[in-house]
Design a protein around this ligand. Structure first.
Ligand SMILES: Cc1cc2nc3c(=O)[nH]c(=O)nc-3n(C[C@H](O)[C@H](O)[C@H](O)COP(=O)(O)O)c2cc1C
Ligand code: SF4
Length: 619
């Protein structure tokens, strides 16, 4: 089947329409490119030509942005662009054999486009569906619970050119899988009640009101839920106190990039508790005096865009967003949603801000920090989805109430995304201080060998450590809790994570760009049976370089999964060591074996070096 190509005129029309909707604002370039691609199936050169004119942005910059994000295509990738989620938990659920099955049914090779230009099939980093994998994205929409039958049905739908809108709805069903609810995942307060409680505490949009709310956040001891655990009140206070130059304002940004493999709790908060998250952002805006907010939603959650926009619209109509919120003169605040486009590094707050500004998501030098020099170089608070949801509850119930839950250094609750070898994967919310053992019992995990806490950049705990506790005192986490039973090879777990870091390194700084590639090569070498103990020394050296010289947290943490598993599961590495002394990375004899077989010269004597070339060798 051949598909009609769009003419330059039609492409220009699409670009004009999209750019117009974004007020021809170059800071919306990522959003504009996304919508152009949704209309054209890729970003053709004619679209870039036209964007250059309508946005007044140089072609090289547009190409640079389009080239940065893995979900943007500047070459045709087919009308159906299928990406299999390739987190370790997808692997454990058999994603690779399902991908092979689909490729065989469609007569294509992974990574290539079919000859008729209909479809491409490839892999993507974790898509945030680990509790209902294996999963894939088709044109950025998640399809979950893949089975062989579902794969065969997808092959038929693609072959018959059936539009996505006509695919069975159950293919796109995403369950919340809430297994344990506490403060955040319990019944939703009515929209607006947290804001009203905040106003009641100190009426009017007075300085006193904002200061009183900040005081509650201070008393709550709330710490950020995005991983680093920075004290929220300190961040908000620094932004509130940051001087504004002429024409400047303050911004509130919600980080819903959720790219850490094995993490999917923000997905559930935004599905079932979006009002709470937006209410928390509005509380932050009140404290800061901000008028604009952004939700940066990962591209993998494209399916949430329309429902979330509907929630925002309802809040505007209810007087909870927009001008004069709750009838208070001057209390103006609104939120817009920007979608990411498949770049893990954009979860790093300064890279996220670059992306919000329509640029490549390259992390900035810090300091200055976003609280003084954030979005458009103006004071900006960036917090995780869960942090804002907690802030809304603090506005509702007060800081002392919140501080009384959890532990001394870790107030409140934590939502865990539980996946891997357990009977009940899903979302579990606990007061901080819960033991790993308790979570394992609740999710029905047996014969457990290890748990990876907080994703590849986090920490791998072995069975001897299951009495350790979730919390900033002991095991801090952004939420991922991946379970591995004794049938799993912890070396392969670490190798999958290393591939992830190498793939997601943005390439801006050499230590990380080269270091993650070298690390991947070392792990592949060990996997192929060419490793030696010397490689452990190499890995340690690489870690020192990545730790001390990388520009951002991705590079700093890239060696973590390897170091942890070497320390705790060394036999998984040692059984791969063929050579106990130094060995070259390249085994010429083995590399030539396939060629010998193909040419019918598979005779061990066939590659003996003739006498005239010196001593006789057999390898
Ligand atoms: C490579 C990298 C990826 C990150 N991804 C996320 C993410 O997906 N979500 C998130 O909230 N924070 C992420 N962070 C942390 C953010 O930079 C930032 O600390 C966080 O959004 C602050 O919010 P919090 O104070 O509420 O935790 C990431 C950091 C790094 C270095
Ligand atoms: S450490 Fe890696 S991800 Fe971070 S800026 Fe450097 S290359 Fe990019």
């Amino acid at each position: 089947m051949a598909f009609p190509e769009l003419h330059a005129e039609a492409i220009a029309g699409i670009v004009d329409r999209v750019a117009q909707r974004y007020r021809r604002d170059p800071t919306c370039l990522v959003q504009i490119l996304r919508e152009v691609q949704e209309a054209c199936d890729w970003i053709p050169p004619e679209a870039i030509d036209r964007l250059q004119v309508v946005l007044g942005v140089p072609r090289t910059k547009i190409e640079g942005v389009a080239g940065f994000y893995s979900f943007f295509y500047t070459r045709p990738r087919g009308r159906y662009r299928i990406l299999f989620s390739d987190n370790i938990t997808d692997r454990m659920l058999g994603n690779m054999s399902l991908m092979e099955r689909l490729c065989a049914a469609l007569w294509i090779e992974p990574g290539k486009v079919s000859e008729d230009g209909l479809v491409s099939v490839d892999k993507a980093s974790c898509t945030g569906m680990c509790d209902q994998g294996p999963a894939l994205l088709v044109n950025n929409y998640a399809v979950t619970r893949l089975t062989e039958a579902r794969i065969d049905a997808i092959a038929d739908l693609v072959r018959n050119g059936v539009p996505l809108a006509e695919w069975p709805a159950e293919f796109f069903a995403v369950s919340d899988n809430v297994r344990r609810a506490d403060l955040l995942l319990g019944p939703n307060p009515l929209p607006g009640t947290a804001l009203k409680a905040m106003i009641a505490r100190a009426p009017g949009r007075s300085e006193g009101g904002a200061a009183a709310m900040l005081e509650e956040i201070k008393r709550s001891n709330l710490r950020g839920r995005g991983g680093a655990g920075f004290t929220t009140a300190l961040k908000w206070e620094a932004c509130r106190n940051a001087p504004l130059r002429s024409g400047q304002q303050r911004f509130v940004v919600c980080n819903a990039d959720e790219g850490e493999p094995g993490t999917f709790k923000d997905r559930v908060l935004l599905t079932a508790h979006a009002d709470l998250v937006f209410e928390g952002m509005t509380v932050a805006a009140y404290v800061l005096g901000a008028r604009r907010g952004f939700l940066y939603l990962r591209g993998e959650y494209r399916y949430l865009l329309d429902p979330l926009n509907a929630v925002l619209q309802r809040r505007r109509e209810a007087g909870l967003l927009g001008a004069n919120i709750l009838g208070i003169p001057g209390a103006d605040f609104d939120i817009e949603i920007h979608l990411g486009a498949g770049a893990y590094v954009c979860g790093e707050e300064s890279a996220l801000i670059e992306s919000l500004e329509g640029k490549r998501g390259t992390p900035r030098n810090r300091p200055p920090f976003p609280v003084t020099n954030g979005y458009l170089d103006q004071p900006t608070v960036v917090n995780n989805v869960e942090t804002y949801a907690a802030a809304a509850l603090i506005a509702l119930n007060g800081g002392d109430w919140y501080a009384g839950i959890g532990t001394k250094q870790s107030a409140g609750t934590k939502i865990l995304s539980v996946s891997g070898d357990c009977a009940r994967p899903g979302i579990y919310e606990y007061p901080f201080g819960v033991t790993v053992r308790q979570v394992l019992a609740d999710c029905g995990a047996e014969d457990v060998q290890a748990v990876q806490i907080s994703g590849p950049s986090g920490i791998c705990v072995s069975a001897a450590e299951f009495d350790r506790r979730i919390g900033f005192e002991d095991l801090p986490t952004a939420g991922a809790f991946m379970v591995f039973n004794h049938s799993r090879d912890m070396f392969e777990v670490a190798r999958n994570f290393v591939h992830f870091f190498q793939h997601e390194s943005c390439g801006f700084c050499t230590p990380c760009r080269v270091g993650t590639s070298l690390l991947k090569n070392l792990m592949d070498k060990l996997h192929n049976g060419h490793g030696s103990p010397y490689d452990f020394t190499e890995i340690e050296k690489l870690n020192q370089i990545l730790l001390s010289m990388s520009h951002c947290g991705l590079g700093h943490t890239a060696c973590n999964p390897v170091l942890d598993t070497i320390a705790k599961f060394r036999p998984a590495y040692e059984r791969r060591l063929e050579h106990t002394d130094f060995t070259p990375a390249f085994d010429l004899d083995r590399a030539l074996a396939a060629a010998r077989q193909m040419t019918g010269r598979d005779d061990p004597g066939a590659h003996i070096v003739p006498e005239e070339f010196g001593e006789e060798k057999t390898s």
